[in-house]
Write a protein of this length. Sequence first.
Length: 247
Amino acid sequence: MAQGTYNLGFISDVDIFNHVKNTVLKYKALIDLARFNKNVIDPIKLTFDAKVYGKTFEEIIESECIRQIDKANNNHIEYFHQNLFSYAGNGWYVPETGFDVANDRRKIYVEMKNKYNTMNSDTAQTTYIKMQDQLLRVSNSTCMLVEVIAKQSQDRPWKITLDNQQYEHDNIRRVSIDKFYDIVFGDPNAFMKLCKALPRILDDVISDTHENLIENRVYSELQEVSADTFKSLYLLAFENYEGFNRF
């Protein structure tokens, strides 16, 4: 099976298929023992996890591998959201540096976040100051903080406190992704249409690529340390500790 018909209206079937495909291919992941232990695995925590949740050590290791891969996959979803607008036309593009999405004709400059609660106060202040600077450099421009998962559907001025003083400017806005799709594509339902079609597009892409997305070598490499997975986990962290040569 290859590309299907999705009838989104704001992006062609070919473009959305290829964009989803490019995102899926980024999901390809090799995880081996070195990557698994890059941040130093805590075997004591894994022991608690296994016993408390009634899992085998093999199952707990598999869960930890998926968790580590999932952290990297968040970046791939950011790629999906941001780079979709490179297909929008009408002056929209994805800059190599600076803002995440821009339209010089309409003087719109966008920072994108996947969730409304992912920015700490320092990051929010830095972003707001960057937008203030953009307004000074390009007159009549509009800057937007676009959130995929916002508290609500919105397009309103972004209120923020800098140095104990509250700031608000009509041309610095906080916008949910559905409202931004409407601004870009002129269709208030565009984002909903994409979400509804996404499972079918993914099915077509995965059928087309026939990719085994995860190559997990952790368990086999642990067994090279010892056939006893429990022992291998502890030797990974404590091999040079007193007594562990007899563990």
